[in-house]
Design a protein around this ligand. Sequence first.
Ligand code: FES
Ligand code: FE2
Length: 335
Amino acid sequence: MDSGVRPYEEAFAPYWHPVAFSHELKERPLAARLLGRELVVWRSGSGVSVTQRYCAHRGADLCGGTVVGEGLRCGFHGWTYGQDGRCVRVPSQPGVPIPARAALASYRAVERYGLVWVCLAPEPAAPLPEWPELESGKLATVALPRLDWNVSAGRMMEIVLDVTHLSWVHEGTFGNPEQQEVPAYDVERLPGGLRAQISYPALAPGIGGAAPRVDKTTLTYEVSFPFAVRLSFKPTLFFQHGVYAIASPWSEEKMQCFYFASYHPGLKLFPDIFVKSELAILEQDRLVAEAQRPKAHPMDFAGEVHVKADRLPNEYRRGVISLRAGRPIEGPTPE
Ligand code: FES
Ligand SMILES: [Fe+2]
């Protein structure tokens, strides 16, 4: 590995990563993991908080604690922590100063786009992705259960951005085995991301014995580094919609992906169709991705072979290599 590569956890700590869907976070605190850290996520009247998971007193699991007016109360001896992680109450000795070390590591957290996002560094190196359509009030959303795969976040992103696997891996869901060639496409640099557009003759399976039909789809990929992508689908048969995939790294070799779609709320059938078909599609991806080696996202181009049709995942990898090394992301290389 080249000497400019920083440790994985250190390199990606200063970015926003999702740790929960907002709808998963109810009254009870929720366990989360990010970049090797065990976290607890909880919501109080003043918003969402993310702190270390284990109590500073005797290491009890704060996921078993209770959210009270003052903050998060540990179930073991009742120590209570405020949003900033500082202990505000030690019930066994009221009126005695609370030790300064009675505190939990606490992190920046924000709720947006139906997700709880966390940044483990004091200052984020990049803003959240800009997906204004999700805040326009004009679209509905539907989420899949979290994708809990033994895959690195970068490998996950590369399979989402892989325009050449569609006809191979996705045969039987939408892949069109007749369409093996990938016509040339451009990759454009965005602030903090990339964009590419392809057109693909998806094969919609025939229903009730009918022949499959070709659904010519324009697919726009927009990456927000390091691990988020929005896919905009404009099909001819199915419904126009957006898909959002954000890989949240547990470690260098393991992630969970938060995956959801936006659609016009008038499309009452959309959520059921989306969940069913997308889970089948993603299962095809999972089988390939979990078996790839090395499991860690490669931080160079030396160990694998790259062709022009792989331009989007290649440019993505180039950007991630820059981030990992602490360098600014350069624009796509000229063809
Ligand atoms: S372990 Fe949490 S209060 Fe004692
Ligand atoms: Fe795929």
